[in-house]
Design a protein around this ligand. Sequence first.
Ligand code: PEP
Length: 248
Amino acid sequence: MRKPFISANWKMNKTIEETVEFINAFIPLVKDITDVDMLIAPPFISLSTAAGFLKGTNIKLGAQNVFYEEKGAFTGEVSPAMLLSAGCTHVILGHSERRQYFMETDEVVNKKVKIALKNGLDAILCVGESLKEREENRMFEVLDKQLSGSLKDLSMDGITIAYEPIWAIGTGKTATKEQANEAHAHIRGWLRENKEGADTVRILYGGSVTPENVASLMSEPEVDGGLVGGASLKPDSFAQIVINSRRK
Ligand code: PEP
């Protein structure tokens, strides 16, 4: 049985002070939870402070991006070593907002996953189709292309997949549990055909996850957790998502 994994993605939200306020409120709400892995991913600027407050807790820390070179003249970018020294264990890569606004291709995402793993960071790789692609019945083709491009020449050690249908992100339109399970089953099938250890890889669902819908999503056999945007910004709602994601 794969252990549930709930990750926050704060995107460009919260100052350092707001991050500390969240963490101080969140820790007591989830301190006894050992059967769900939890991660928060604040903006870069708050990582180091967050790591100090999370030390010794059951909550892990991740970044929302990393650059694909080790160091050098790349103004404004952040390296894997910097994330490690800030206290991160994970990095979210290939989010649809990175693909859409920052032109990240599967090739770029692949380079980022590679350098993250090489430096000892775990990667949460996001894939997912647009509404148009779904309506044109191209969902599986799109997922296959994203998986084969982003995972080229990689084994699955240290990689979690997040299936995030773009039409469900930040829209309040959650995929039904059947739609989520169907996509996850397809991803797992692709992994079985192309990689070793497919059955131990966790596949998270992302797209308008809330405290109200998470238990139903988690009742599906292929849904191993969630990547949560909006509903991860408040300690009580994120804690409730974690609690409601526990296996019965
Ligand atoms: C996300 O940003 O990865 C996400 C799923 O956002 P939301 O939960 O707000 O839809």
